[in-house]
Design a protein around this ligand. Structure first.
Ligand SMILES: [Zn+2]
Length: 308
């Protein structure tokens, strides 16, 4: 069975404040329910991660940055929710950062499980706007760089490729990877939206607004195999943001839910054809349907790679 990593503590509920940002803080629970109710997984058929430790966070983040997350004004800027600046630091740590530490632990666990099982899915994570010393765009912890660094330090991976198909550039991941010769990023993103300053990347694919599903899938079909053949990674982390969706308020691509399910299957299939383990993380997605898009796409992956 494909391991699906999830903890109920991923969900962000802070007295209704989470509704001030278009991000659905309960998206993870909804995806979990959408997989359980048709019987695709039993309620206990998920792997529960531990939250990432401070010692592990320090392998990627600076001490100063982690300390700065206790400052309400800094955290409000990262989350883009100004009212967070008025919350006591312990409240935002418990209600907002702790869920993110669980999901970061989930990405670490998913990467380990991908190595054992070929495919794994974390129902969260993908905070690709977080770098060593800064965060932004609702991302506080650089979960993917941290997860691959732990495996690299343990000698379990030699070369890693992140495939980032969230509509926004993975500037945080790219910034961390710039100092690591063994880690590369392939990134198809909308050119003129957040983040304002783009980071240099190994395989950048900036495309303007209005991209349709068939054009988008054509680009991935043509370029992803080339990136895989150039890097020859022994682990791929797939950042499967659902914000290229036509109804997403923070991006202007025009993919349907069906296109996104096809995209996720295409990526996992292309990577698995080469025998490379792949860990999928969910990343962004700001439409009301985001949970449903992910659930349908995961159902497609389970149908193909998890035959019962
Ligand atoms: Zn995004």
């Amino acid at each position: 069975m494909i391991p699906i990593v999830y903890h109920p503590r991923y969900n962000i509920t802070a007295f209704g404040l989470e509704r001030l940002h278009p991000f659905d803080g309960r998206k993870y629970r909804r995806i979990h329910e959408a997989l359980v109710s048709p019987g695709l997984r039993r309620p206990r058929g998920f792997v529960r991660p531990r939250p990432v430790t401070r010692a592990d966070l320090l392998k990627v983040h600076t001490e100063e940055y982690l300390r700065s997350l206790r400052r309400p004004d800094v955290l409000a800027g990262i989350l883009e929710v100004p009212v967070v600046a008025r919350l006591p630091a312990w409240v935002s740590d418990w209600r907002i950062l702790r869920p993110m530490r669980y999901a970061t632990g989930g990405t670490i666990l998913a990467c380990r499980l991908a190595q054992e099982n070929g495919v794994s899915i974390n129902l969260g994570g993908g905070y690709h706007h977080a770098a060593s010393a800064w965060g932004g765009g609702f991302c506080a912890y650089a979960d993917v760089p941290l997860a691959v660094k732990l495996l690299h330090d343990e000698g379990k991976v030699e070369r890693v490729l992140v495939v980032d198909l969230d509509a926004h550039q993975g500037d945080g991941t790219a910034s961390v990877f710039r100092g690591w010769h063994w880690a590369s990023i392939y990134d198809l993103y909308e050119r003129d939206i957040f983040p304002a300053c783009k980071e240099p990347e190994d395989f950048p694919l900036p495309v303007g607004p209005g991209l349709t599903g068939s054009d988008y899938l054509g680009i991935v079909r043509e370029t992803l195999p080339k990136a895989l053949d150039a890097v020859r990674p022994d682990l791929v982390v797939y950042n499967a943001g659902s914000d290229p969706f036509v109804g997403d308020p923070l991006a202007r691509y025009r993919l349907t839910a069906g296109d996104l399910a096809e995209r996720d299957l295409l990526v996992v299939d292309t990577v698995r054809q080469r025998g490379i383990p792949v860990a999928m993380v969910l990343s962004g997605g700001y439409s009301a349907e985001s949970w449903k898009i992910h659930a349908d796409a995961i159902e497609g992956i389970l149908a193909r790679f998890d035959p019962r």
